[in-house]
Design a protein around this ligand. Structure first.
Ligand SMILES: [Zn+2]
Length: 295
């Protein structure tokens, strides 16, 4: 089955675990994918409480269809998107919410790992919220929202074997370990290797000094030119591209900013191209560069 960020798409609602939930505080019922329902239903409840009351019949969830006017499956086809008070916020209309409402919606979206259609860079969709995390990151967020322990505010957790979370995933992507968000023996070994290479105590634990060294290993200056980049390309321009994509999609798994145009980078470029209505080929050519630079 095709998928969006690891969420399978299907015309069969039972095959992908679609269930209908009543949004707390309302009589609005939304069919969404059960494994990530706490994200979308939580966001809908906060929208109702803090943005504007939700009207029954005006809110939609799962629907098996393509993006309107496009040929890629909509996030609704995977049960990972909702539309709220659709008639008040028609597709393509800009400014159907006040600035204060928009900033509240963005805060809700950040909390629940969602992207708001009002922030699309192409055609706006102010009714629309979608899960933009990969499936594993979304499930980890559901865990946390349902009682897990978030990292301390303003600081970074000390990470060691047995710990799980998005911060583990961040370390894994930086060290080139498959980013599953679980700190296992392979991650510990990669941390020890990094520590040895950087002259730190090789204890396999990511404490303040290792975090600082990991951060120092990031970021480079932008290149002067915009070469055509595709799978297999290497160099500073690729690192620059990866940095832009990481800034654009803060809720998705971080791309390793390693200057290597691998499958993950090509996929993220495809994702961006799809959202930007560009040809979806995973190649960063002139049109994609122009879009990345805002024209
Ligand atoms: Zn929608």
């Amino acid at each position: 089955m095709p998928d969006i960020n690891g969420f399978t798409v299907s015309p069969d609602r039972n095959a992908i675990g679609i269930r209908t939930y009543t949004v707390p505080g309302t009589s609005v019922a939304l069919p969404v994918r059960s494994e990530i329902a706490p994200l979308l239903i939580g966001a809908a409840a906060e929208w109702h409480r803090d943005v504007e009351p939700l009207t029954p019949g005006w809110c939609w969830g799962y629907a098996y269809r393509n993006v309107v006017g496009g040929s890629t499956p909509s996030f609704h086809s995977a049960g990972i998107a909702i539309d709220l008070n659709a008639p008040k916020h028609p597709l393509g209309r800009v400014g159907t919410v006040s600035a204060a409402q928009a900033s509240r919606i963005r805060a809700i979206a950040r909390k629940y790992g969602l992207r708001w259609g009002g922030d699309y860079s192409g055609r706006r969709d102010e009714m629309h919220l979608e899960v933009i995390l990969t499936r594993s990151a979304a499930l980890a967020l559901v865990d946390r929202i349902q009682g897990g322990h978030p990292p301390p505010a303003g600081g970074r957790r000390i990470l060691r074997e047995g710990v799980r979370g998005d911060d583990v995933r961040l370390v894994q992507t930086r060290l080139g370990v498959a980013p599953d968000g679980i700190f296992g023996p392979k991650t510990a070994e990669a941390v020890r290797g990094f520590q040895r290479a950087r002259g730190l105590v090789a204890d396999g634990i990511v404490g303040p000094k290792t975090w600082a060294e990991l951060d120092r290993a990031q970021e480079g200056p932008p290149p002067q030119d915009r070469p055509l980049l595709k799978l297999g390309a290497r160099g500073q321009a690729v690192t620059y591209l990866q940095q832009i994509l990481n800034r654009w999609y803060p809720g998705m798994d971080r791309l390793a900013e390693d200057g290597i145009y691998g499958p993950a980078t090509a996929n993220r470029v495809r994702f961006m191209q799809g959202r930007a209505n560009l040809a979806v080929d995973g190649i960063t050519g002139p049109a994609t560069w122009r879009y990345l630079h805002g024209g």
